[in-house]
Write a protein that binds this ligand. Structure first.
Ligand code: SF4
Length: 334
């Protein structure tokens, strides 16, 4: 029988006939010999050019922004950062939020055996701010106890050479720096249909620029976007690999209340992907994924009353169980 775990390190997925998915946990266990976990942060003041009107209003059709970050309270949304203005009257509050959110979550994770952490700037578009503010927020997070780096969620139209150079400088100081781009689909017709506000060429360009500088890139992909065939979804995975992503997150498109997608769903214009097809696609995607790629997420769900459809997205644990079983049947260990 193939040995799956030896001296705290998982062997390459090529060993034996098993393909062992390089999860985030396994990756850091191998490279740092430590249990590393990301700590999600939702900081007041961040918004998105697809929401504030700079690119579009209303955001991506599926975006009900509060649902992306339970830490973000409605009251905090009075002031919004704007990359063209250096004004930031809520900086102190933001710094306090970083300390509070990071440390309260780190304490919980330490009890579960995690040793080091990445501060994950998750909610909204976390490079959509003046560089001076970004410097202060990122530096604050990096100074928290056991923080070894950052993972920064953003859009390809919200980075520039200056921001990437700054991230490279943080990396060259020994920090683990990841930048997470929403790819969603490589098809411009789909990006238009979801009101994404940028095209696929923009994502390709900034992923490649990030990679040229040696930054680690995670690509977010959605299966089940309007009008997409299974073949299109797998093409998005293939093309993203070609662009050079180091890591991938995939989730099904689900409909939450108070979104443009919910309106389409109620009118019968949008039909969510079936669970069975989603799982099949995940298996196929994992078959084509090079074994060095770090897999950070294979599904997502929302277990509260804001979920409209599909019902199977309410229970992430049950999804994961089924995905793991389907992968195991193909000798792929997740
Ligand atoms: S890019 Fe993200 S935050 Fe902005 S509208 Fe789309 S889903 Fe919402």
């Amino acid at each position: 029988m193939t040995k799956r775990y030896e001296n705290g390190i998982f062997p390459s997925s090529k060993e034996g006939s098993l393909k062992i998915i390089n999860t985030f946990g396994r990756y850091y266990k191998r490279v740092l010999k430590k249990r590393v976990k990301k700590i999600p942060l939702g900081i007041s003041g961040f918004t998105c050019p697809n929401i504030d009107g700079r690119v579009a209003k209303g955001g991506c059709t599926f975006c009900e922004n509060e649902s992306f970050s339970p830490n973000l309270s409605k009251n905090s949304k009075k002031f919004f950062l704007n990359p063209e203005s250096s004004e930031n009257p809520i900086l102190n509050r933001q710094l306090g939020e970083i300390a509070f959110q990071y440390n309260s979550t780190a304490e919980r994770y330490r009890r579960l055996g995690y040793e080091k952490f990445l501060a994950y700037f998750q909610a909204f578009t976390n490079t959509y701010a003046p560089l001076d503010t970004l410097r202060k927020l990122y530096t604050k997070a990096l100074g928290e106890q056991d923080c070894i780096g950052l993972s920064i969620g953003t859009r390809s139209d919200c980075v520039n050479e200056e921001i990437l150079d700054y991230l490279v400088s943080l990396q060259s100081e020994g920090n683990e720096i990841w930048i997470e781009y929403g790819i969603q689909s490589i098809f411009d017709s789909t990006l238009e249909a979801i009101n994404r506000g940028h095209d696929s060429a923009s994502v390709e360009k900034w992923i490649k620029k990030s990679k040229e500088r040696g930054l680690r890139v995670c690509g977010h992909i959605i299966f089940g976007l309007p009008g997409e065939t299974p073949d299109m979804m797998l093409q998005t995975v293939e093309k993203s690999i070609e662009w050079g992503i180091d890591s991938i997150k995939i989730h099904p498109l689900y409909v939450v209340k108070n979104t443009a997608l919910a309106v389409d769903y109620h009118k019968g214009k949008f039909k969510p992907i079936d669970e069975e097809l989603y799982i099949q696609l995940i298996v196929e995607a994992m078959k084509i994924l090079p074994s060095h790629l770090v897999v950070q997420r294979l599904t997502a769900g929302i277990g509260d009353s804001t979920l409209l459809a599909p019902a199977w997205c309410a229970d992430k644990n049950s999804q994961l169980k089924k995905i793991r079983a389907a992968l195991r049947a193909e000798k792929i260990i997740y």
